[in-house]
Write a protein that binds this ligand. Sequence first.
Ligand code: HEC
Length: 108
Amino acid sequence: MKKFIISVVTSALILISGQGIAADIEAGKKKAIEVCAACHGPDGNSLAPAFPKLAGQHATYIENTLNGYKSGDRKNLIMNGLAANLSKEDIQNLALYFSRQSGLSTKK
Ligand code: HEC
């Protein structure tokens, strides 16, 4: 009985967490490697201090920041130009991808 309850709860959790993710992590990865890797690294671990690390950052934070660059609320010559070419979906996919990468400081 206990095992049954645990498996029901586990499947419910998998279902809920699965439904919460509308963004496409693979599309995010593709775009990240094509467009962002030169500065932020392929997995969001930027090599130069001038480029903020994105790996492991909260998806919502990345999404809000990119929307800020896109709308012009947040100003940076490089990022304003890049974000202008990203769609709402691109931004969500990229945010999900980078948020799931582990940062250098958290790597063992
Ligand atoms: C030519 C280099 C370059 C490229 C390519 C680039 N970025 Fe950036 N990015 C920067 C710089 C420089 C900053 C810091 C800007 C600032 O101070 O506001 C930045 C900042 C950011 C931030 C804000 C991080 C923070 O913690 O404040 C995000 C999010 C971001 N970039 C995402 C992306 C994504 C996603 C892509 C690919 C679509 C990308 N960047 C491509 C140079 C780049």
